[in-house]
Design a protein around this ligand. Structure first.
Ligand code: BG6
Ligand code: MG
Length: 221
């Protein structure tokens, strides 16, 4: 058996590994339009990392609207249907730049790798993009009851890998996800705008900025 490194890496999915954040935005935007609600791109930041239920609650709040439970369910499945129509067309080409070389480096150096995503569609996306085999552990929206910034999705993964929380390094593109990692005493790495993700321990625009040397710096942090 190969010797495992004691540090583990936890990847968020949407907006970190694949650019599905734009599909979520599009599908929510169109859904909101149907019920006469509009929201801005900066309000959309608050939907990143947040569960489907919480996202719709926020949108309804912004529009000062309330709906029946039945209508709520219908709106959620209509959004998901549109979202999945985009996901269905995804291939390996939709993996964000630099992600695969980081995964390959971690794998060949025997680091444990987990997925920590709020999405209930995570496994379908990993399948479409041929990435499932990289992950030792997958924790997604079907397995947690507390949404980010609660760290459950990350601590659960860590516990399954038998890694101490402070030995985990989390890649995230959302404010809620960075807070979740920080709340669990993990090392947080923001992928995206440093001014939006200003609570992260490290910031990068994308994975092309993360080479072996940078990874070693993060590991030694
Ligand atoms: C997160 C996304 O990863 O998953 C959110 O950042 C999304 O935008 C959430 O709402 C839940 O995703 P899904 O696929 O279960 O609707
Ligand atoms: Mg994300």
């Amino acid at each position: 058996m190969k010797l495992q490194n004691k540090k583990a890496f936890i990847f968020d999915l949407d907006g970190v590994i694949v650019d599905t954040a734009k599909f979520h935005y599009l599908a929510w935007k169109n859904l909101a339009k149907k019920i006469d609600i509009d929201f801005t791109e900066s309000e959309n930041e608050q939907l990143k990392g947040v569960s489907r239920v919480k996202s719709l609650e926020k949108i309804l709040q912004w529009g000062n609207k309330s709906v029946s439970d039945n209508q709520f369910e219908k709106l959620m499945s209509s959004k998901n249907e549109e979202y999945l129509s985009y996901v269905d067309k995804m291939t390996e080409e939709d993996i964000l730049p630099g992600v695969k070389s980081v995964l390959d480096f971690l794998k060949s150096n025997n680091y444990l790798i987990a997925l920590g995503s709020a999405s209930k569609n995570a496994r379908i996306i990993l399948k479409h993009t041929n990435l499932t085999h990289y992950f030792d552990v997958i924790v997604d929206g079907n397995e947690v009851s507390n949404a980010k910034p609660d760290p459950e999705v990350f601590t659960k993964g860590c516990d399954m890998m038998d890694v101490k929380h402070e030995d985990a390094i989390v890649f995230e593109d959302s404010q809620a996800g960075i807070q979740a990692a920080n709340n669990a005493n993990m090392i947080s790495v923001g992928i995206g705008s440093a001014s939006i993700l200003n609570e992260a321990d490290f910031n990068f625009n994308d994975f092309t900025e993360i080479d072996e040397q940078v990874l070693n710096q993060i590991i030694a942090f």
